[in-house]
Design a protein around this ligand. Sequence first.
Ligand code: PEP
Ligand code: MN
Length: 447
Amino acid sequence: MSTSAATGDLDAWRSLPALQQPEWDDPDEIRAVAAELANQPPLVFAGECDQLKAQLADVARGEAFVLQGGDCAETFDGSNADAVKNKLKTLLQMAVVLTYAASVPVVKIGRMAGQFAKPRSKPAEVRGGVELPAYRGDAVNGFAFDAESRRNDPHRLLKAYHCSAVTLNLCRAFTKGGYADLRQVHAWNRDFVQQSPAGRRYEQLAAEIDRALTFMKACGANPDEFHGVEFYSSHEALLLEYERALTRIDHLSGLPYDVSAHFLWIGERTRQLDGAHVEFLRHIRNPIGVKLGPATSADDALALINRLNPEREPGRLTFITRMGAGRIREALPPLIEKVHQSGAPVAWICDPMHGNTFEAPSGHKTRRLDDVLDEVAGFFEVHQALGTHPGGIHIEFTGDDVTECVGGGQGLAEGDLHQRYETACDPRLNRGQSLDLAFMVAELYRK
Ligand code: PEP
Ligand code: MN
């Protein structure tokens, strides 16, 4: 592929229908912002994307497991050291438990450092008889319910870039600088087990990890991998002007990479085969994902493979299924069977969040931890029955003590939701619920 051909392909999406794109008031303004973004340094590098792709190829082969997670919608205010540190700490704690349980490497991917844009089911929001444009993520407009905040402002794309840079810098520092030390992370898990009301149940697992670490110490094993981890960034590739402006031709390979994140996914609402999102992501060389909801047919999945990974490159394509606890056991098997028969290498990840959202009597959008766990259990059961590999989980969580999902060791009930309901979009598992989930998923490996 010549460089000029590649660059031309990168703009082919412009002539196709692009769903969920904000309307900008002034075409000159968005053009100027895109030009400025195109001059910014890359957030990630092609070599790092290739390394993640190789790890996702391991996942597709059944030799690794993915833990992907973070906020539904990151906010500019949330791009601070404490919030990022708490999220990373929780992710690292979950990863240690899952590594021990799955006995394979866990690939850690943050839904972080770029998750600033949201698709919406309705273009407008009505409150108290007032109608305003829906909130589309901090990259587009403001969360506050007033006309000025809800105005689309292209300069927010630049702020999204800068907040992504700040967040990724923190992540890189925390995961390399001693904070991610395996013994330290395990000590945090011990604290959780001791302090959580439901933690006793996890005693045995924590004690086993203790013994494994003590054994390795006694052997004199102290590899680099104990002192830092590889961490990757990801977000939904929704705003095509933003993603296009951050796409660069890698000077070593001559191929285009979207340098806004290591991994990009196409959402359930924008995965039309002939739509702009599939067309754009077809041409970048990052590892990519597609969300698949319960209405997906096996033929849809095969058509997406043909379009997005015609060369069947291992690690290139991940399917993130989000079926709902009540449907996964029927909806997932036909997809896996047909894809498996086709021989295409695909990593399968379970998003147990988006098919399990409901509204509590208080009006809060919420999810039950039990439903989340049930969908993950269904995902494992289906793969086990078919002899394929459950490749990972994709969750919405935060490292803080919010009250957005119900259930878990702290016994959070629907009546508690108002206490700390802070999400800018979908309800997230809090720190304790996330760790509960990791230990509960670990228990699934013992069944
Ligand atoms: C999301 O991940 O926040 C989201 C909108 O998911 P989906 O595309 O699966 O609906
Ligand atoms: Mn969400």
